[in-house]
Design a protein around this ligand. Structure first.
Ligand SMILES: [Zn+2]
Ligand SMILES: [Zn+2]
Length: 240
């Protein structure tokens, strides 16, 4: 009762507020209000079943996009995403990653949990593998943004997280955002290594990251994991 009273008192002084528009919200544990949730650019329409790229089709049904038709042998088997990288989704990811709002990991995991394509991908996975950061970057940021989201997905779907030591970033690279598409692939080449093949051999691995841009990083991870014997590698991202 005392705890309840303390909580009510705290809500009176600091009422829960939406992290995006700062409006007072219901105390239901959600970080954003209903109006902001409604406006999030989630992938609702037709999309490519392989890479989750939003597409416009006459009958509104999913079909392979032009890029996937051109590159049938890409190292990533499938990509599933919750939303597009603009508006509220982008703002949430920025707060989470650069403003150290680590509590938003639960909210971002929630966006993923609700997507049928994400549920289908995780139902078939042996390991969830957050894309590793170089240890120096992780120390600077204070956490690996993908691994924190992964902890919530593990709890919800029961898919184990690949131990951080098994799959590591062994080389520091220039941040990909500073390079063009051609430079990104060269920059990231051989940046990852597998230490424990036993767990990865014949396994269906689902990589996890917050944002997909050109896919150079995820493709290099997939190439490394396939070379270590993984049966398949797919990718889960909050936004693409
Ligand atoms: Zn709001
Ligand atoms: Zn595609």
């Amino acid at each position: 009762m005392l705890a309840q009273f303390g909580r009510s008192l705290l809500d009176l002084v600091y009422p829960p507020r939406c992290v995006l528009c700062w409006a007072a919200t219901a105390d239901d544990g959600r970080a954003i209000c209903a109006a902001c949730a409604q406006q999030l650019p989630l992938l609702r329409g037709a999309q490519c079943p392989r890479c989750a790229r939003p597409i416009h089709t006459r009958d509104g049904r999913d079909q392979l996009c032009g890029v996937c038709r051109m590159h049938p042998r890409a190292p990533l088997e499938r990509i599933a995403a919750a939303g597009e990288y603009y508006g509220g989704v982008r703002a949430l990811i920025h707060l989470y990653k650069y403003r150290r709002c680590q509590f938003l990991a639960a909210q971002l995991a929630c966006l993923l949990c609700e997507r049928p394509s994400v549920q289908a991908l995780l139902a078939d996975a042996d390991w969830l593998a957050p894309i590793p950061l170089h240890w120096m970057r992780q120390r600077w940021r204070g956490f690996n943004q993908a691994r924190e989201i992964g902890r919530h997905l593990r709890r919800r779907f029961g898919v184990p997280l690949l131990p951080a030591g098994d799959f590591r970033r062994v080389r520091r690279t220039t941040p990909q955002v500073q390079l063009n598409a051609g430079g990104r692939a060269a920059n990231i080449r051989d940046a990852f290594a597998v230490r424990n093949n036993g767990r990865i051999r014949q396994a269906r691995v689902v990589l996890l990251d917050d944002v997909l841009t050109t896919g150079a990083t995820a493709n290099e991870c997939a190439r490394t994991l396939r070379a270590a014997g993984a049966a398949s590698v797919s990718l889960l991202v909050v936004a693409r």
